[in-house]
Design a protein around this ligand. Structure first.
Ligand SMILES: *Cc1c(COP(=O)(O)O)cnc(C)c1O
Length: 399
C-alpha cells in the first residue's frame, strides 16, 4: 500500500482525473517491478504497452543517459541526427515514405486528422473533411481525437464536439458503405481495438475498408498506437491483414516509455504539410529520438519479432486452457502479446486480486482483463502469470 500521507497529498495537489491503484512503483527490471513497500510484481501492464523493452533495460538506459549528457533538447529549428535515423528505420520497415514526430498518441492522431483535411483542401476539395471512425474505438483525449473516439462515456460533458466525425459499428461493412460519401476524407480505425476491449477485426474487414477507400478516393488512417512497434508479433499489425494504410499513427511502445508519438504517411499525402502548417516544440527531440532509435533497433534485430510471436502464441494457448476450465471466461482474444480474456462479470475485482497475488494486469471495457507484458517477457514469466491467474480465478469465481 502507498503511505497514507502520499495518498492525501496526491488528493490535495494533483487533479483527480485517475482512478489509481493503491501502490507506488519505485523500480523494476525486465518484466518485474517493485513497489515502495518492497513487494515484487510481474508487470503485465507495462505502462499500458509503453515499456516495450521492459524496465531497467541496460541498452535503453545507456542511450538515454549518454544523450542527456550531451543534449536533451534543441527544438526542430535544427537537424536532429537520431530523429533522422529513427525516421529512416520506420520508413524502411513500413508502407510509409515520411515521418512526423510528436509526443503522444492523441497528438499523433490529431496530426493525422489535420493531414487528411489539408490533403483534400490543397486539392480544392474544401467540403471533403468527414472522417469515419468506429464505435467502441479509442483515439485520445484532445478535442478532435475525442470527437473521433466512438465511446460517448469519454465525450460526454465536452460539447460541442468538433464537427465532421461519423461513427459506424466496428466490423460492419454495410454500415460503412451507407455513410461513406464524396465528403469522406478518411476512414480512421485501430486494426485491433485496444481500450475498447481487445476486439479483433472480423474476416476481411481491413481489406474491404482498403478497397472502399480506393473506390471513393479517400484516405485510410490506421491508429497503431497500441498495436504497433511489435506488440502483435509483427512490427505493425496491418502486416497481418494483407493491406496497407495511407497514414498510420504510433506512440505507446515507440520509445520504451519515453513520451513519443509519430505520424507516418505516403509521400503524396505527407507533402500536404509544408513548413509552417504543423509543428511541435518537443516532437522527436534528441532524448526521445535516442530512446526511440534504441527501441526500434532492438525490435527489428534478428529473431526479436519471431520471439514475440511465439511468446504470444504461448500466452494465447495458456489462456485458452484456462478458459476451458473456468466458466467465468467467456472468450480469449488478441494477437501476439496483446491478449485478453473477456469475463462473464466485471473484472476490476479480479485485477485487484491479481495484484494481491503479485501480478499487475489491466481491466478495460468493464469485463476485459488485458495482458500487455513487455515484449521481452520470458516464457517462464508467462507460465508464472497464468499459474497465478488460474489459482486467483478459482477463488474469485466463487466470490
Ligand atoms: C493510448 C491510445 C491513444 C492515446 O494515446 P495517448 O498517448 O494517451 O494520447 C490513442 N489511440 C490508441 C489506439 C491508444 O491505445
Amino acid at each position: 500500500m502507498v503511505r497514507d500521507d502520499f495518498i492525501s497529498m496526491n488528493n490535495q495537489y494533483v487533479f483527480n482525473t485517475y482512478g489509481r491503484t493503491p501502490i507506488m512503483l519505485v523500480d523494476g527490471e525486465g518484466s518485474r517491478v517493485r513497489d515502495s513497500a518492497g513487494r515484487q510484481y510481474l508487470d503485465f501492464i507495462a505502462g499500458l504497452a509503453a515499456c516495450s523493452l521492459g524496465h531497467g533495460h541496460p541498452g535503453l538506459a545507456l542511450a538515454i543517459s549518454e544523450q542527456a549528457k550531451r543534449l536533451i533538447h534543441v527544438s526542430n529549428l535544427f537537424y536532429i541526427e537520431s530523429q533522422i535515423n529513427l525516421a529512416r528505420l520506420l520508413v524502411e520497415n513500413s508502407f510509409a515514405d515520411k515521418v512526423f514526430f510528436c509526443n503522444s498518441g492523441a497528438e499523433a492522431n490529431e496530426g493525422a486528422i489535420k493531414l487528411a483535411r489539408k490533403y483534400f483542401h490543397d486539392r480544392g476539395e474544401h467540403e471533403r473533411y468527414h472522417i469515419i471512425t468506429m464505435e467502441n474505438s479509442f483515439h485520445g483525449r484532445t478535442l478532435a481525437t475525442l470527437a473521433a473516439t466512438g465511446q460517448t462515456k469519454y465525450r460526454n460533458g465536452f460539447e460541442p464536439h468538433m464537427p465532421g466525425f461519423l461513427h459506424v459499428p466496428f466490423g460492419d461493412m454495410k454500415a460503412l458503405e451507407r455513410v461513406v460519401s464524396g465528403a469522406t476524407a478518411a476512414v480512421l480505425l485501430e486494426p485491433i481495438q485496444g481500450e475498447g476491449g481487445v476486439r479483433m477485426p472480423p474476416g476481411n474487414f481491413l481489406r474491404e475498408i482498403r478497397a472502399l477507400c480506393d473506390n471513393w478516393g479517400c484516405l485510410l488512417i490506421l491508429d497503431e498506437i497500441q498495436t504497433g512497434m511489435g506488440r502483435t508479433g509483427k512490427l505493425f499489425a496491418y502486416e497481418h491483414f494483407e493491406m496497407k494504410p495511407d497514414i498510420m499513427t504510433l506512440a505507446k511502445g515507440i520509445a520504451g516509455g519515453v513520451p513519443m508519438g509519430a505520424l507516418l504517411a505516403i509521400e503524396e499525402v505527407a507533402s500536404a504539410l509544408v513548413p509552417g502548417t504543423h509543428a511541435t516544440t518537443f516532437g522527436g527531440n534528441p532524448l526521445a529520438s535516442a530512446a526511440g532509435l534504441t527501441v526500434m533497433q532492438e525490435i527489428i534485430s534478428k529473431g526479436f519479432l519471431e520471439r514475440v510471436e511465439s511468446l504470444g502464441n504461448r500466452l494465447r494457448l495458456r489462456l485458452e486452457e484456462l478458459a476451458a476450465r473456468h466458466e467465468v471466461i467467456r472468450e480469449v482474444r488478441g494477437l501476439g502479446l496483446m491478449q485478453a480474456i473477456d469475463l462473464r462479470r466485471p473484472g476490476a475485482g479480479l485485477a485487484a486480486a491479481m495484484r494481491e497475488a503479485g501480478v499487475l494486469v489491466n481491466c478495460t471495457s468493464e469485463t476485459v482483463l488485458r495482458f500487455l507484458p513487455p515484449l521481452i517477457v520470458t516464457s517462464e514469466e508467462i507460465d508464472e502469470m497464468v499459474g497465478i491467474l488460474d489459482s486467483v480465478l478459482s477463488t474469485w469465481s466463487e466470490g
